[in-house]
Ligand binder design. Sequence first.
Ligand code: HEC
Length: 666
Amino acid sequence: MFHGIVLAGTLLLVPVVARAEAPKDADERLAILSKLVADPHPRVRLEALRALARIPAARSAELALGVLEQPMDPTLDYALWLTINELSEPWIAALESGAWKSDGRERQLAFALKAIRPEQASRVLGRVIRERRLPRDGSGPWIELVGQAGGPKELGALMQQTVGGDFDDGATARALGALGEAARTRKVRPEGDARGILGLLQSSNESVRAATLRLSGDWKTPPPADTLARLAADPSEAMRSTVFEVLRLQGTASLPLIRRLAEDQDPATRRRAALTWASLDLAGAGPVLLGAVTALDQEGTAQDFWRALLPIKGSGKHLAPLLPAAGIPQVAARTGMRVAREGGRNDMDLVLALAKGSGLSADTQAFTGQLIREMAAKAAASGDPHRGELVYRRSDLACTTCHAIGGAGGRVGPDMTSIGASAQPDYLVESLLMPNAKIKEGYHGVVVETKDGQSVSGTVVRESGNELVLRGTANQEIAIAKSNIESRNQATASLMPAGLLDPLDETEQLDLVAFLSRLGKPGDFDASKGGVARRWRLSNVVHTDQQNGQADWMWKKPLDDKRWTEVLSRVNGDLTRTLMETATKANMWSSKIAVLAVTEVQLSQPAGVRFQLTATKGTELWVDGSKVDGPVSLAAGTHRVLVRIDPNHIPDKIRLETRDAAFVLN
Ligand code: HEC
């Protein structure tokens, strides 16, 4: 029925866009398209974009880029990319004449630079950058843009500014990353003397050190083996994982060191060594891989391991016959079975081998229409949507990694906010049991095989002359250099794994269906209104923070730092006590001073913002480093909002609302 609506939209639209295309002068057509390209319906915007591509004028490019001010999806993204690619010359002319200005439109500029040909981009960028000096904190999109589109000259200037200490640590790490990206995806290096860069390996900042190491790998000038061996035991996690990236980039020459590290006492190092070994020499890595697999005893670690292993071409087939008849730990087997079937991958050899040894069922039967209708009816009669919500949130099912509710969650699959109101229960059951039966429009995956032996699947996020960016099944963006692509095909299976419900008993399955079928209906499962914080990061303040004089890390640590644990609110917007306790229990034994819950809001222009916090007394609200009691005036941009909770009085729930700013979701 979902499709019905879209179809009706398209049918209505065809005559409208056709009217805009009928022979008229360009101004008249542009006037019509300027309305259509801002239409609330994404389908209309899509068609309008493609029509704009056929009118080679600066105004067409301007209107097309304006689409970025509204919500985007992968199809729109791709259509815009094509359109700007075709309109590149008129757009550049407008930019050079000053008719199109980038101030306040940095996002549009960034998009356009990636869509046009590299030599055009470098020309434009050189001009835009020359007009401004990159700020010390690296604010704005400029550093990344130089990485994505800059020529040797722009990269050289960036390198000088980096080595010269003109950037703070955050901007330095980003600049190093940008230099690496240019080398990796476009094989462009900065002009000038690059030796000074390696000095940054001595930096006191771990992100800077890791980025420097990574760059040395991209430039194929890594430090000597002994240094790498020492860095593999570095206290910083970022450093340790970068060592293995560098080893992989070096190719088989690094096998002697990898063999040494595969016998390390630290299991994480052994796992990484096994994975790197497998990516360089799958046949030789067999025994070490098996050792790593049998040692997997935790959900998270096991999932990361399989997700790193299975994209290596042929790895599932290679490992299957090696698995011991006595089986491997249940967690390892269960997670392996799921990952082996996700992302349109259907590694049945491995699934069967894992199931056999571990007493799990590899249910691959076809579900009949009868069975599906029965299950839908049972779910309606006896499923409990409240319990179902907890099933939906279970990390081993990974629903939230791929799907969002109220905008919070992954974007690999469709948003679930109103699925219960728009889809029939049979359809929901079928989607869960047989994801491959009907693949939703716009969510077909692609499978890309690379020249260096990876097989990557996901949906297309964007694409430029040098680079294809996919969204992988862990909701992460994966950039693949075009020059590294061997083949690219539409995935035949859904990106959603088959067999997801296998680990659930019948009650849990029915509860899950009941939950999904309530989504979007009025009441506890309506997330459509917005205005409430849904994406939180939790952490604890402990005594040692104070002793180390690190009282302000919560304003500085990036939100993806491992010190924060991401937690999504319940569908009704509440962050419940159970959710908070689960997320912060890791540090239970050390004396907690406070529990922190952080979220972000965004404003497109300065405004007075009134927050409404539901919590117990003693819970404090802070914004950008200061405690607030009433309305606060905030500048345009992103702001960190923090709720400080007394660990001895954790409220039953916290709920933060505002109508004056938008909560950042992704
Ligand atoms: C690895 C990513 C991934 C995971 C994990 C995942 N899904 Fe999906 N899901 C998708 C994709 C992609 C689609 C769209 C393609 C299709 O229809 O098969 C989809 C489609 C669906 C649909 C149909 C939606 C529609 O509008 O047609 C439902 C319902 C659904 N998923 C529910 C779930 C639930 C519940 C879970 C957890 C038990 C889950 N999914 C786990 C990726 C995923």
